[in-house]
Design a protein around this ligand. Structure first.
Ligand code: CA
Length: 648
């Protein structure tokens, strides 16, 4: 043992004088990660199929223990990279069963000859995930992480597909950032949005070599959530929350015990958009933080607010939506804001028992805010503190409420991450599902918190009611989310309207829907969320085409598999999801010209007769049978704002 120590020490002494560099690959050998300490700076790079995807990029942290970004030494390898394999199931994500295979490699960086941090990599055939483990220094047992050097250097010719972060404190009642701004597509790298960086996930095109999606996962109460800050030369680095979030309250730093871990930062990459649409990395590298207190029930539902707004949160309308939900064969009705004053708790209990007789359960809306914004809608002052929250949840359990939708969160600071976690953990004690709105991106939460259902974190359906401009751009935006926002977590969009107009009479006033009925069917499959409150209304039973209502009655909300087929962000999407043995191939088109493509659909056999919902040039939809040809190829035509659905 002594000799071994001496040998290790001698090697260390020799290597100390020279830069150290080591590489390892994904299980299939295509992704290569290289780590070195050139000029004393911790650095990594990523190549795919021999092409550089992430150029040499900085690693390191600036902490209360010291600045771990310069004068660092990469220590010699302790353990060789190893293959890790894990099978797991999560019913609420894009793929119900996952077989995760990755190479794990650990790199230890030292400062002044003492180990400062490890970079732990896990590299699958489509993703690079890495996080830091920070070591104690002398007798310290805790550290503050002030910032990270962690960066992602894109090539200068790359283009970006990004959602700029807004300044905190603005927006409706000071609720910014709500993580629901629009995207800038096909934009050169080297910018920084509106000066505040970008919201995860961030998509890049590596010239004509392929695609890169950067995000993070495994963010719990143990760290803050991050964003990407853009720099002039195409470097994007991890940015912590803005000081003004939460009304300026709370720290924008991260506090960790020692030894302590940061969240995982993830890079999903490949020659096409398939790895990005199909990735499960947000869930691969995290673990459940507690067990589900019961078997949660997921499914579709309806909500009056999306068409009827605040005035519809009244007893009679909710009763009508319970009847409608039962007639659709759906699970739940979401009772949105202001029910505390416009309906009241006693009448909510009446509605819950009326619903139960029809096999329907309620979701109740809550305002999260205590001291972080001025959103006035009630009920409020409940979800922000554990005493009131648990009392309320006990009441909810007693009347059989299925879940909550909590809105208007404060930002990405560690204290807000703790609020999400506390709400989820308390709700699990009472068997309640959680949906978040006005909220940050979920970061692996479907697996970490078994009663987490879905988050908004997108410019969602409410905007279609608020403005005609959002309706005019509905197809454009819908062609972005399957490649970016929805690839890393459930997305509560609340759409698939069959009303022509966003008002309760479906009369020609207010916002007019520009997209077709088949489009509405396609996005019901495309936008993945285990709980779906669709924007359907009771009048759709008589004023929408029967084939559309019949489809919406049966469309699943839980999926076993997803496949990218074709598409480009902001232009068009063709993709497929599987539920059991049923495949749904869906497409939408935002381009002015009718999309005409021939695609291979290996999920169907030649000679299969599938149901085909499609649009003519006037966006009039119809349902026909389609026989799959011998060569397995299918010609697809989708007019602007239209859709297609093929179903076996
Ligand atoms: Ca919202």
């Amino acid at each position: 043992m002594k000799r071994l120590l001496c040998t290790a020490a001698c090697i260390f002494a020799v290597l100390h004088a020279f830069a150290e560099e080591r590489s390892f690959t994904s299980p299939d050998g295509k992704i290569m990660v290289t780590v070195n300490d050139n000029d004393g700076k911790p650095t990594y790079s990523v190549s795919y199929d021999g092409e550089e995807f992430i150029l040499p990029s900085p690693l390191g942290l600036n902490t209360s223990l010291g600045e771990y970004v310069a004068d660092m030494t990469l220590l010699p390898e302790k353990d060789a990279p190893k293959l890790i394999e894990e099978e797991y199931s999560v019913r609420t994500i894009k793929q119900s069963k996952v077989n995760y295979k990755a190479t794990e490699a650990v790199f230890t960086f030292a400062k002044e000859d003492k180990p400062a941090f490890d970079v732990i990599f896990r590299v699958s055939d489509r993703d690079v995930a890495f996080r830091y483990k920070v070591y104690p220094k002398r007798d310290t047992r805790s550290a503050v992480v002030y910032s990270e050097a962690t960066g992602f250097q894109l090539s200068k010719g790359s283009t970006s597909f990004l959602c700029p972060q807004v300044k905190p404190g603005g927006g409706f009642a000071g609720t910014y950032p709500s993580y629901e701004t629009g995207y800038t597509l096909d934009d050169p790298v080297g910018k920084n949005g509106w000066g505040q960086g970008y919201t995860f996930p961030c998509l890049f095109r590596n010239e004509d070599k392929g695609w890169i999606l950067i995000s993070e996962t495994g963010v719990s109460s143990a760290y803050c959530a991050s964003r990407l800050i853009g720099h002039e030369d195409g470097l994007y680095s991890i940015g912590f929350p803005q000081e003004g979030e939460n009304n300026g309250n709370g720290s924008a730093f991260a506090g960790i015990p020692l030894p302590g871990y940061t969240p995982w930062r993830t890079i999903t990459l490949g020659a096409t958009l398939a790895p990005i649409m199909e990735t499960t990395v947000p869930f691969d590298v995290v673990e459940p933080l507690y067990e589900a207190s019961k078997e949660y029930v997921y499914g579709a539902g309806s909500w009056s607010w999306i068409i009827g707004m605040d005035g519809s949160t009244v007893y009679d309308v909710q009763k009508r939506y319970i009847d409608f939900t039962a007639e659709m064969g759906y699970q739940t009705v979401l009772v949105d804001a202001l029910w505390d004053t416009q309906i009241g708790r006693d009448k909510i209990a009446d509605l819950a028992s009326y619903a139960a007789e029809k096999g329907v359960a309620l979701f109740l809306w809550y305002n999260s805010n205590g001291y972080w914004n001025n959103a006035p809608q009630g009920p409020k002052g409940i979800m922000d503190n554990t005493i009131a929250r648990r009392r309320e949840m006990a009441w909810m359990k007693s009347i059989g409420v299925r879940g909550i939708k909590v809105d208007f969160f404060g930002g990405d600071k560690q204290e807000t991450m703790k609020l999400y976690e506390d709400i989820l953990a308390d709700a699990n004690d009472y068997g309640i599902l959680c949906v978040f709105h006005g909220c940050t991106l979920p970061r692996g939460w479907e697996r970490m918190y078994p009663n987490f259902a879905s988050s908004e974190a997108v410019l969602a359906s409410e905007n279609l009611n608020f403005s005609q401009g959002a309706c005019d751009n509905e197809a454009f935006n819908a062609c972005i989310h399957p490649f970016i926002r929805n690839t890393v977590g459930s997305m509560d969009f609340g759409g698939s309207a069959l009303n022509k107009y966003y008002n309760a009479r479906n009369a020609p006033r207010g916002s007019q829907r520009r997209t077709s009925d088949v489009f509405a069917l396609a996005v019901a499959v495309m936008f993945q969320s285990p709980i779906q409150h669709f924007a359907l209304a009771p009048n759709n039973l008589t004023d929408a085409p029967a084939w559309a209502i019949d489809f919406m009655k049966k469309v699943p909300t839980l999926w076993d598999e997803v496949k990218f087929i074709d598409g480009y962000p902001g232009k068009y999407v063709i993709m497929a999801r599987r539920h059991g043995d049923d495949w749904y191939v869906v497409g939408i088109n935002a381009q002015k010209e009718t999309l005409k493509v021939e695609v291979e659909l290996p999920m169907f056999a030649s000679g299969d007769v599938v149901k085909c919902y499609s649009d003519d040039e006037n966006l009039t939809g119809s349902l026909k049978d389609l026989k799959i040809k011998k060569n397995g190829k299918v010609k697809i035509e989708i007019p602007c704002n239209g859709g297609i659905v093929l179903q076996n």
